[in-house]
Design a protein around this ligand. Structure first.
Ligand code: AHR
Length: 487
């Protein structure tokens, strides 16, 4: 038996819809073959962008998409990706697989992709190998209405109106692939670069500084101390590995129960990271004006055997659905600081929500979690206290249940996951009187996944609950994620 006690009178505020954001990099088959197949492809597309993927992203209400990287961002020069396709510069993607990047997907294509999905663009610009002028002119190209040479170029390339891009990242992983900088140095560089990223007319930039890797609390401290007043948000990157090293992260499928629990316990570490980084931010920003953006998160395993190691292609099982459920519950519960998050990466890379092969598309268990959680977007967080037994193997133990809750238009949504691989749990939902209830569920065995020939996992309506005198009890099967709607 476990319980979730709701207290609708207590809330940390609104859960930004941007917590349900995604990330797309010029890496492996994320952009090319994932989102973009080109106008001449036999795969159904609108201006080269896959229709099936756009439809799938609209269904989960993708709110924001980060691009062009990742490590790729700091070697990306935006001017190489605008203008007639035949004139675009070819380069070798030295970060990811050494393949030729023909720049056929550039600024206009990305912004059209966002328009087709109906999401906000989040552009991460180049500090590592770019110049201040280059970054400043990209903002001008995107957002200015002035009659300048840069803006005339946009007109000549077919776009009269500025796009009004808001979310603006100044460098990616500047402590690593983005330039191996020290925090003191990057703080100064950040201040300098962002100075020339102008606000044009009504288009105000939301400036995002590169934050720490995992538990680098010193990076957070230095950046907040030296540059907080020049930023709207700062980032955090944390990936969940199964095994201990980057050389042996563990396979995405065919894992043991011990691996399952180890991965989930490691995913749960996100809470400690958010709390500790947030406490440092509080020192310099007690009013919590500066947001925390976890713009890279997700499970990272060894690539699928036989695939290009630089393409980071991995399958996605119910274990990943659990990683997503745990992580999104943590973000919801810390919505007073976490203002955006971007799962890495949308399609064909790392913890993808979709996989493609030619004209075929598979929605992964992680996709279905985003579907189950979408009611939280822009809803008021509701205080939610979980009591559950421990589950796990050996030293890898955690509570069997994870949950978060929100309220919108008089409807309470609870999202909960039973993290036990093989034990159901009966969950009493306390603190509210249940009238009308509906439950949707994703369930399967821990190692199950969807692939191109067989997709057993999807969201289903579920009637395994009882209401007695207004008291709701939900029977959660082993290894499941549920959305519980209470009116
Ligand atoms: O998402 C893959 C890579 O992980 C990104 O390019 C980089 O920012 C991070 O190290």
């Amino acid at each position: 038996m476990a319980s979730i006690t709701l207290n609708p009178a207590r809330s940390k505020g609104v859960i930004s819809k941007n917590i349900y954001g995604h990330f797309s990099e010029h890496l492996g088959r994320c952009i090319y073959q994932g989102f973009f197949v080109g106008k001449d492809s036999p795969i159904p597309n609108v201006n080269g962008i896959r229709k099936d993927l756009v439809e799938a992203m609209k269904k989960i209400r993708m709110p924001v998409l980060r691009w062009p990287g990742g490590c790729f961002a700091d070697e990306y020069h935006w001017e190489d990706g605008v203008g007639p396709q035949e004139n675009r510069k070819r380069m070798v993607n030295t970060n990811w697989g050494g393949v030729v990047e023909d720049n056929s997907f550039g600024t206009h294509e990305f912004l059209e992709l966002c328009e087709q999905i109906g999401c906000e663009p989040y552009i991460n610009a180049n500090v590592g190998s770019g110049t201040v002028r280059e970054m400043a002119e990209w903002v001008e190209y995107l957002n200015s209405e002035g009659d300048s040479t840069v803006v005339r170029r946009r007109w000549a390339n077919g776009r009269k109106e500025p796009w009004g891009v808001k979310y603006w990242g100044v460098g990616n992983e500047s402590w690593g692939c983005g330039g191996h900088m020290r925090p003191e140095y990057y703080a100064d560089e950040y201040r300098r670069y962002q100075t020339y990223c102008r606000n044009y007319g009504k288009h105000r930039l939301y400036r995002i500084a590169c934050g720490p890797n995992v538990a680098d609390y010193n990076w957070m401290d230095v950046l907040m101390q030296r540059a907080a007043s020049h930023m709207d948000a700062i980032t955090l990157h944390y990936y969940t590995l199964c095994d201990d090293t980057w050389d042996h992260k563990g396979p995405a499928t065919g894992f043991t129960a011990a691996d399952f629990y180890k991965t989930l316990v490691r995913a749960s570490r996100m809470e400690e990271l958010v709390i500790r980084h947030s406490a440092i931010m509080d020192k310099y920003d007690p009013a919590r004006r500066v947001g925390l953006i976890v713009d890279e998160w997700g499970a990272w395993y060894d690539v699928e055997p036989g695939t290009n190691p630089g393409f980071l292609y991995q399958q996605n099982t119910m274990r990943d659905a659990m990683v997503a459920a745990i992580t999104l519950n943590i973000f919801n519960q810390h919505c007073d600081r976490v203002v955006m998050a971007n799962l890495a990466q949308t399609v064909n890379v790392l913890q993808a929500v979709a996989l493609t092969e030619g004209d075929r598309l598979v929605l992964t268990p992680t996709y279905h979690v985003f579907d189950l959680y979408k009611a939280h977007q822009d809803a008021k967080e509701v205080d939610c206290f979980v009591q559950a037994d421990s589950v796990g193997e050996g030293e890898w133990q955690m509570p069997q249940l994870t949950a978060s809750a929100s309220e919108k238009d008089g409807v309470i949504t609870v999202t909960a996951a039973n993290l036990a691989a093989d034990k159901p749990v009966s969950v009493s939902i306390d603190g509210v009187t249940a009238g009308e209830v509906s439950v949707r569920i994703l369930k399967g065995e821990m190692g199950q996944y969807n692939d191109f020939d067989h997709s057993p996992l999807s969201v289903k309506d579920y009637d395994g609950f009882t209401i007695a005198g207004g008291k709701l009890t939900v029977e959660l099967p082993a290894c499941c994620v549920a959305e519980i709607t209470i009116k």
